[in-house]
Design a protein around this ligand. Structure first.
Ligand code: SF4
Length: 357
């Protein structure tokens, strides 16, 4: 960070903070979580400003039962489960996808949803299931996969849909008195797709300050100043503090792609439970690609991981080091819960960066 900018922005933040009492803000983006640690921004926060990490990591919020269904798919003869790499170590009830691969399941890491198409074309007798996780940022890629498979007539591609929609989770947190947030640092990537308009309800109905932030330390600091400024004036609204990366209207083309393939449905988030209209399911023209129905996957139930407090961490009720397992039996090398798996998970980020301070 530029020292002069840093010092003046930190000074602005401190002046704003002096004009209000204790305030709790939450970021809901794994990239923000890591950037805040890496830039040393936490050390610049005034004492009365607490910055919480919410459910911003797709790996963390994917429910155990859905991991178990992915494992069930990978274990079927003639079926290949394609997944982003981070998902391989996420614990389900029956182990992880990595362990399933060790038992002979066919699990392949892909960098993008579209990577599934050439795999499926090369081995037409195998079924290729894409484990579709993530927020609005990755959903358009899954929609493109579905459309391309349809266009090319590739019949051996299906999708295990576990995409999440950010806004319903933010509404849940907005109503949580134990979390007690006064404002959200909104995710840059998701906002580049959905734009600013959907967040209006957070400012208008829940009276919460909102600011979309970029990913550099300076950009995050600017967004935090925008949040505190709203809190000081008592005038919550949605501010785009990342105009170089996010257009106010978002990306209408990407949203049209999502809408063509998916429709909202209730979804279970790890640690947060079932949140109305927070997930997506396939629309009728693509229902033939639903891996659950196509492979008749058994339904699974989630069960708490003994001692793991990811649910409270994801709600901002608990800082990762307050979990008794943190850094002792739960580490990035041997994660007990999902928040320790990804480098962008709250526990993983605290372990890697937070312990230095
Ligand atoms: Fe779960 Fe590990 Fe985080 Fe504790 S430290 S909440 S066990 S992921």
């Amino acid at each position: 960070m530029q020292a002069s900018f840093l010092s003046s922005a930190a000074q602005t933040l401190a002046e704003l903070a002096r004009r209000i009492g204790p305030v709790r803000l939450m970021e809901v983006c794994g990239t923000h979580t890591v950037s805040i640690f890496r830039s040393g921004l936490r050390s610049l926060l005034p004492e009365n400003v607490v910055l919480l990490s919410g459910p911003g990591c797709p790996v963390c919020v994917t429910d155990q039962a859905d991991v178990d269904q992915a494992i069930a798919a990978a274990s079927l003869p003639g079926v290949t489960l394609c997944s982003y790499g981070d998902m391989l170590r996420v614990p389900g009830r029956g182990g992880s996808l990595r362990e399933a691969a060790g038992r002979g399941g066919d699990v392949r890491v892909v960098m993008s949803a579209m990577d599934v198409i050439p795999l499926a074309l090369n081995e037409p007798r195998r079924e290729f299931v894409f484990f579709a996780v993530g927020f609005e940022t990755t959903t358009p890629q899954t929609a493109l996969l579905l459309q391309e498979a349809k266009r090319l007539g590739v019949g051996n591609v299906s999708v295990l849909v576990e995409h999440k929609r950010v806004l319903p989770a933010l509404e849940l947190l907005a109503q949580d008195p134990l979390t007690g947030v006064k404002g959200f640092l909104l995710p840059g990537h998701v906002s580049s797709i959905i734009g600013l308009e959907p967040y209006g309800i957070l400012a208008e109905k829940y009276r919460l300050a909102c600011a979309v932030g970029g990913f550099e330390g300076e950009q995050i600091l600017l967004a935090l100043c925008a949040l505190l400024s709203q809190a000081v004036r008592g005038e919550p609204r949605v501010v785009n503090a990342y105009p170089s990366g996010v257009r106010d209207r978002g990306n209408p083309r990407a949203r049209a792609l999502i809408d063509e393939c998916f429709t909202p449905c209730d979804s279970v988030w790890r640690g947060l439970g079932s949140i109305p209209q927070s997930g997506l399911k396939l629309r009728a023209p693509y229902a033939c690609c639903d891996a659950r129905a196509k492979l008749d996957l058994p339904s699974a139930v989630s069960a708490p991981i003994p001692g793991c407090r990811c649910g409270e961490v994801l709600r901002g009720r608990l800082a990762p080091p307050q979990c008794a397992l943190f850094g002792k039996v739960c580490t990035p090398q041997e994660p007990v819960g999902p928040c320790m798996v990804s480098s962008e998970g709250s526990c993983g980020a605290w372990y890697r960066y937070g312990r230095r301070g």
